[in-house]
Design a protein around this ligand. Structure first.
Ligand code: TMP
Length: 207
C-alpha cells in the first residue's frame, strides 16, 4: 500500500491522544496527506461496538468476549477507513491498534499474547503497522493525570492499579517482541519535547 500506517500505544493518561493531535497538525501544516483516527471506534459500527465494550454497567463481560469485540471493531474500522486511506497514500495516525489488545486482553487479562494475536491476525488479514510509537508513562503517573483532568472514566479505567501495571508490563514485552516495529518515547518529558521526539521518528519514516 502507498501510505504509511503509524499507531500510537500507551496506558491510560499517557498523553498519546494529545500527542496525535499535535503530530496531525504539524504534518498537515507541512502539506502532508494525513488522516487521524482512533480505536475502538473511528466509524459508526465500530463506535457502536465501543460503547458496548466501555459501558461501565457491562460488568459481566467475559474477557474473551471483550477481546472479540475489540477485534470486530478493529476489522470494521480497518476495512472502512484504514485500508482505503492507505491505498490513497495517506499517512494514517491511529490511536491504538492490535497492540492494545495484546497488552490489555492478552497480557493483563491473561488470555495470552499469542492467542489474542491469532484472533487479531484473522481480524486484520495480518495487516500490521509500519511503526508503533509507545508513549512510555508509568501507570502511577498516567492515572494521576486522568484524575487531575477529571476525564470521564470508562469500564477499563475503573480496573485496579494492578491491572494497569500489567498493561504497562505487557507493552514492555511487546517492545521486546517486535523490536523493528515498536519504538518507545519517554512520555514523562515536557509535552513539546515528547512531540519533538515523535516528529523525528515520523520524519525519518517519511524520508
Ligand atoms: P481510549 O481510552 O484510548 O479511548 O481506549 C479505550 C479503552 O479500551 C482503554 O482503556 C484501552 C482499551 N482497549 C483495550 O483494552 N483493547 C483494545 O484493543 C483497544 C483498542 C483498547
Amino acid at each position: 500500500m502507498k501510505g504509511l500506517f503509524i499507531t500510537f500505544e500507551g496506558g491510560e493518561g499517557s498523553g498519546k491522544t494529545t500527542l496525535i493531535n499535535k503530530v496531525y497538525d504539524k504534518l498537515l501544516a507541512s502539506g502532508k496527506k494525513v488522516y487521524k483516527t482512533r480505536e475502538p471506534g473511528g466509524v459508526e459500527i465500530a463506535e457502536q461496538i465501543r460503547s458496548v465494550i466501555l459501558n461501565v454497567n457491562n460488568t459481566k463481560m467475559d474477557k474473551r468476549t471483550e477481546a472479540l469485540l475489540y477485534a470486530a471493531s478493529r476489522r470494521q474500522h480497518l476495512i472502512e477507513v484504514v485500508i482505503p486511506k492507505l491505498e490513497e497514500g495517506y499517512i494514517v495516525l491511529c490511536d491504538r491498534y492490535i497492540d492494545s489488545s495484546l497488552a490489555y486482553q492478552g497480557y493483563a487479562r491473561e488470555i495470552g499474547i499469542e492467542e489474542v494475536l491469532n484472533v487479531n491476525l484473522f481480524a486484520t488479514d495480518g495487516l500490521l503497522p509500519d511503526k508503533t510509537i509507545f508513549v512510555d508513562v508509568t501507570p502511577e503517573v498516567g492515572l494521576a493525570r486522568i484524575k487531575d483532568n477529571n476525564r470521564n472514566q470508562n469500564r477499563l479505567d475503573l480496573e485496579k492499579m494492578n491491572f494497569h501495571k500489567m498493561v504497562y508490563d505487557g507493552y514492555k514485552k511487546l517492545c521486546d517482541m517486535f523490536p523493528d516495529r515498536f519504538i518507545s518515547i519517554d512520555g514523562n518529558k515536557d509535552r513539546e519535547l515528547v512531540l519533538d521526539d515523535c516528529m523525528k521518528i515520523i520524519n525519518d519514516l517519511i524520508k
